[in-house]
Design a protein around this ligand. Structure first.
Ligand SMILES: Cc1ncc(COP(=O)(O)O)c(C=O)c1O
Length: 487
């Protein structure tokens, strides 16, 4: 192959050759480490346990049972095949009217039936991922920006920025007030952007929060609505985790603020909700994303743009049948919350036993784990160093706070709903063992006045994996009966 001359035209676009996707971040690196060596209870028991994926697998059995009891809801069964031709041909980008009705009703149900949604404002999209991009295309031009409170879901860097040319400006939230969004933080970020000649077109919030697992209280939501109205900018509220809230305080949608809090002024044209069935129902593979905008022009434009990422009619059909079954939905949501609460209790309880704290939360599919005490120094370099130990030695894929644009080093997001009970127990055992080992190292280093427990830990683990230590009859940690029964 010859040398390329300087004036040779670039074969691919700047977008195609740039790194706007963000695939090189530690968030995705963790997934790659898992892909190379995935844990399996019997086939690969020393592999990496995936705790970096916010997936809800706890209720798959309920859905499976429903599908078996409702064969007519699938078009590839004897009972449903008569609808095959119609479904295979339907391609209207408005979507099936019954589907929009069912989704509007479900959105209302997941918000405690305290608000209603108009089916004509439901625009579908390829997951919340597609919904965010379409919304960004509708609201902003290249170079414009959205404010986003930190820490935030790393996918936003791809979804809102990559192909649209839109920027994201962080609004710094801190652990001193449990990462609560404040008016002051909003004003500071807005003013800073102005100084930098960046035009702010909107504010993007995630409620319940990924990665915090917390819900926004009414006062904060009112502050947010006030702020965006005063600045005349849009509010995008990502409510994809609405039904993952498993205990008090309950989730409050921005829809409730604008419908019920009549004492605050709000231009509805500025409000847009992003929703999806990926988390609440556990269907990320179905790619059911929703844009619900109170702005007619946004609804019209987004609908046209949705042609690039529609939900297949087969999926719409199945979802219509399932979400219209009130009895099933009621049972599903109740059971889902119960199982998530139990997982949260088991996981955080296990962490507390070895002195690991998490931000108190009541939603999402993850916890925000505080490992600040385990850092050599309070820096992101130290955070990544610790993260590499956790991935390669403890063999758990957790996501470091820096990949969520957290402003403080030492926080990690750990997902707990994408695995079965046995894998969770093994993950907990590995974490406990890691901390015990670390404490031992600190004791030794205290004696020798050598505070570098990380490097000691790595050396000591080379010859003996955590699993080996934990599975040993001499393990200091009592083994779960669940694990014992299967190993
Ligand atoms: C806050 C948030 N928004 C959007 C998405 C994307 O969801 P979807 O699978 O529906 O595209 C995720 C996925 O993790 C998320 O956490």
């Amino acid at each position: 192959m010859g040398l390329m001359s300087m004036d040779q035209p670039q074969l691919l676009s700047k977008i195609a050759t740039g790194d706007g996707h963000g695939e090189s971040s530690s968030y995705f690196d963790g997934w790659k480490a898992y892909d190379k060596d995935p844990f399996h209870l019997t086939k690969n028991p020393h592999g990496v346990i995936q705790m970096g994926l916010a997936e809800n697998q706890l209720t798959a059995d309920l859905v499976q049972n429903w599908i078996m009891s409702n064969p007519e809801a699938s078009i590839c069964t004897l009972e449903g095949v008569h609808n095959f031709k119609h479904m295979a041909n339907f391609q209207d980008y408005h979507g099936l009217p019954e589907f929009r009705n069912a989704v509007a009703k479900f959105m209302s149900r997941t918000r405690g039936n305290r608000v209603t949604f108009d089916p004509d404002r439901i625009v579908m999209s390829g997951g919340a991922t597609g919904a965010h991009e379409v919304t960004a295309f509708c609201l902003a031009d290249p170079g414009d920006a959205f404010l986003v409170p930190t820490p935030y879901y790393p996918g936003f860097d791809r979804d809102l920025r990559w192909r649209t040319g839109v920027k994201l400006v962080p609004v710094i939230c801190e652990s001193s007030n449990n990462f609560k969004l404040t008016r002051q933080a909003l004003e500071e970020a807005y003013e800073k952007a102005k100084e930098d000649n960046i035009r702010i077109k909107g504010l993007l919030i995630t409620n319940p929060s990924n990665p915090l697992g917390t819900v926004m209280d009414r006062t904060t939501l009112r502050t947010v609505v006030n702020f965006i109205n005063q600045k005349r900018i849009h509010l995008i509220s990502d409510e994809i985790y609405a039904a993952t809230v498993f205990s008090h305080p309950s989730f409050i949608s921005v829809a409730e603020i604008i419908e019920q809090d009549t004492d605050i002024e709000c231009d509805r044209d500025l409000i847009h909700i992003i929703y999806s069935l990926s988390k609440d129902m556990g269907f990320p593979g179905f790619r059911v994303g929703i844009i619900y905008s109170y702005n007619d022009s946004v609804v019209n434009c987004a609908r046209k743009m949705s042609s690039f990422g529609l939900v297949s009619t087969q999926t719409q059909y199945l979802m219509t049948k399932m979400l219209s079954d009130d009895e099933f939905v009621e049972r599903f949501l109740g059971e889902s919350a119960k199982r998530l609460a139990q997982r949260y209790r088991i996981f955080t309880g296990g962490l507390v036993k070895v002195g690991i704290k998490c931000l108190q939360s009541n939603g999402g599919l993850f916890v925000w784990m505080d490992l600040r005490d385990l850092l050599k120094k309070p820096t992101f370099e130290s955070e990544l160093e610790l993260w590499r130990v956790i991935i390669h030695e403890v063999k758990i894929n957790v996501s470091p706070g820096c990949s969520f644009h957290c402003s403080e080093a030492g926080w990690f997001r750990v997902c707990y709903a994408n695995m079965d009970d046995r894998a969770l127990q093994i993950a907990l055992q590995r974490i406990r063992s890691f901390v015990l080992q670390k404490n031992k190292e600190v004791m030794v280093s205290d004696k020798n006045s050598k505070p570098c427990w990380h490097s000691n830990l790595r050396l000591s683990l080379k010859s003996r994996r955590f699993d080996d230590i934990m599975m040993s009859p001499h393990s200091p940690i009592p083994q779960s009966p669940l694990v014992k029964a299967t190993t």
